[in-house]
Design a protein around this ligand. Structure first.
Ligand SMILES: NC(=O)c1ccc[n+]([C@@H]2O[C@H](COP(=O)([O-])OP(=O)(O)OC[C@H]3O[C@@H](n4cnc5c(N)ncnc54)[C@H](OP(=O)(O)O)[C@@H]3O)[C@@H](O)[C@H]2O)c1
Length: 170
């Protein structure tokens, strides 16, 4: 949570004043960031309707409290902090995109695929270099927007999950 979500938000908020109009931000997300990965329906709706960074941070902090109290499963968060961190990254992406649209700064998040890195112990279908091509392409495009899958499709965050997850389960 600290590295994947809170640091990403803190870092991005810090560099926003340096971004020029027309700039782009590409957040590295995951398939785990799809909203369907959160089991609780009420919680999914709450995450979906969150419209400010402050509200989102409050919600993510409430997850940490739930974990400390051992209440994250009954609270509808599921059993994966990685999932919650990436759902948070996606939510932040959309909030920021709306917030910066007046400056023509676009914000997207990317699921890079299953990549051969330390995280996967070298397993995976593509090399890190090949997986980096999509975020670079988006960064160089005129605009970048939405939740972009490794094959370039824009996936509805709150629609059907491309991997077939429903209510946090496959
Ligand atoms: N690999 C995949 O299949 C896959 C799939 C979907 C999404 N992703 C996402 O892609 C991004 C890159 O992942 P990766 O596969 O390249 O993983 P990785 O090879 O394990 O690299 C993780 C990176 O995070 C840094 N890091 C870890 N803990 C940190 C901390 N406490 N403070 C600062 N830096 C820290 C590491 O720094 P050090 O090198 O200094 O340790 C490393 O550079 C992640 O956001 C991951 O969620 C990966």
């Amino acid at each position: 949570m600290k590295v994947n979500f809170f640091s990403l938000v803190n870092f991005t908020e810090s560099i926003l004043p340096l971004l020029k109009n027309g700039g782009k931000i590409i957040n590295i997300s995951s398939s785990s960031g799809h909203l369907s990965r959160i089991p609780g329906e009420e919680l999914r709706n709450r995450i979906k309707s969150t419209d400010s960074v402050e509200e989102l941070i409050k919600l993510m902090n409430s997850y940490l409290v739930a974990c400390r109290n051992g209440e994250e499963i009954e609270g509808g968060w599921g059993d994966s902090s990685y999932v919650v961190s990436k759902v948070g990254v996606n939510s932040y992406t959309f909030i920021l995109h709306r917030r910066l649209s007046a400056k023509d700064i676009s914000v997207a998040c990317v699921h890079p695929g299953y990549v051969q890195t330390d995280m996967t112990g070298g397993a995976g279908q593509v090399s890190a270099g090949a997986a980096a091509a999509l975020p670079v392409r988006l960064a160089l495009a005129a605009r970048a927007q939405g939740y972009v899958w490794h094959d370039g499709r824009v996936v509805p965050w709150d629609g059907p999950d491309p991997r077939g997850f429903i209510d946090g389960r496959k």
